[in-house]
Design a binder for this molecule. Structure first.
Ligand code: CA
Length: 446
């Protein structure tokens, strides 16, 4: 697939003049170059597109105004002046690649532009600590899939012990239409929602704050160039339409979900907030970490032709690990470090992002630049791979012990959940995703 290409921007020996980008363990080395949208703290100006480099942000609006993005072409430079990533996402892969190369040259240790003008640094970079990171794109539509066979099997066996995995699972990528308006950037507090709940043993529901607040550790993909209504996207072309990945926490009220999910699927149990990490790591940055999907194997039913392509079988997955950390209010007050709740691998999903996108468009549904497709909860075969508390505590039966003597079955007010992701492979720079964090706060009850 022409889509996956390793070039000079991936060289492990590349270094940046931004010293923090060269430190071991930095999420944002010069090989990463993830895109986001920020506003300088205290400013009332329009949001700007930025690129994370070490612990600083390269201001692409400033770069475009100074002509520094001209090597990527006028359309790219114009798109970088926008207050969201949608126009850049719409331009397609050759444009993104040209911009990535221009940014790699601009930020390199021997950057010709900075050598010519040592004062340039001040005009195009700002510390990340001086910025508020916003949603990367205006998300028109958000779809949440259910691509982890392990998650589907675990949840199914709790609610339908005699029939855990529904017969369609290995044939059709299952998803539901989420709510784009309640997507929030990392760091936004998450009020505990109220909803209809049928208490155990009761015959009629009550309306009250959820007692089973949960998170779901997921990976999200932003759609780049879209498709015209009525024109499906073949699997072999699907990755041409994928811009990049972020981390997603699909907060879930389990008691509300249990009462409402049949017959049409999740609704208010999910639509009160979904948190996104602020930096979008491009598929181009992830080229060195491609891998075969590992959840599908012999004995699984054959795929329908529109969901099958050799390149997808060989390289459709991405070897990305995402960890979930919990910090309670009492843990923070006592100085205890956050505890890791789980660790999931993105390549263990049953479906690849390309298959999810091709399936989504297979009926002619039009996807638009900035649409978000989330993977579904990232769970794996072991207990430490369970990507939500519902699974981790097996529906509340096995509480998670914490260093303060507290324990959790579901989240309490004051609990902060943080997702962190990274790709690592011998011979390449480590690519980090930064973090996706949110703290539960008491909600309005009316
Ligand atoms: Ca989900």
């Amino acid at each position: 697939m022409a889509v996956i290409r390793i070039d000079e921007t991936h060289r492990p020996d590349l270094r940046s003049f931004v010293a923090s980008a060269n430190e071991a363990g930095s999420d944002f080395p010069i090989q990463n170059l993830p895109f986001g949208v920020f506003r300088r703290r205290g400013s009332t100006g329009a949001p700007r597109i930025g690129v994370a480099i070490g612990n600083e942000i390269l201001d692409l609006s400033a770069c475009a105004a100074l002509g520094l993005l001209d090597p990527a072409g006028p359309a790219v430079a114009a798109a970088c002046l926008a207050p969201a990533l949608n126009p850049l996402m719409a331009l397609g892969r050759e444009a993104w690649r040209g911009l990535r190369l221009a940014l790699s040259h601009l930020l390199a240790e021997d950057s010709p532009a900075v050598r010519r003008d040592p004062g340039l640094r001040e005009r195009i970079l700002l510390p990340m600590t001086e910025a508020d990171l916003l949603l990367p794109a205006q998300v028109g539509d958000y779809t949440d899939f259910y691509a982890s066979l392990h998650h589907a099997t675990n949840v199914g066996s709790m609610f339908r012990p005699d029939n855990p995995l529904l017969p369609n699972y290995k044939h059709v990528p299952i998803g539901y239409h989420g709510r784009a308006s309640s997507l929030v950037p990392s760091g936004t507090p998450v009020p505990r929602p109220s909803g209809q709940i049928l208490p155990e043993g009761a015959s009629s529901p009550r309306f009250e704050p959820t007692r089973q607040m949960d998170y779901e550790c997921e990976v999200g993909a932003f759609v780049g160039a879209g498709n015209v209504l009525g024109h499906p996207i073949p699997l072999a072309e699907a990755e041409e339409h994928l811009f990049g990945l972020c981390l997603v926490n699909d907060w879930s009220a389990r008691d509300v979900q249990r009462w409402e999910y049949q017959p049409l699927g999740p609704f208010l149990a999910k639509s009160f907030a979904t948190s996104l990490s602020p930096w979008v790591v491009t598929f181009d940055a992830l080229a060195p970490f491609r891998a075969p999907p590992s959840a599908r194997g012999e004995g699984d039913p054959p795929l329908l032709p529109y969901l099958d392509a050799e390149e997808d079988r060989l390289n459709g997955a991405i070897d990305l690990t995402v960890e979930v950390h919990l910090s309670t209010r009492r843990m923070r007050e006592s100085g205890a470090a956050p505890v890791r709740l789980s660790r999931g691998r993105f390549r263990e999903l049953y479906w690849t992002m390309a298959q999810m996108l091709a399936h989504h468009a297979s009926n002619g549904c039009n996807l638009r630049p900035g649409d978000l497709l989330a993977s579904g909860t990232l769970s794996g075969p072991e207990r430490e791979n369970r990507g939500c508390l519902l699974e981790l505590t097996w529906r509340g039966r096995e509480p998670v012990p914490l260093p303060t003597g507290e324990s959790r079955t579901f989240l309490e007010d004051g609990d902060a959940v943080t997702l962190r992701g990274a790709c690592e492979r011998e011979g390449f720079a480590r690519i980090g995703f930064g973090e996706c964090t949110g703290t539960i706060v008491a909600g309005q009850t009316r």
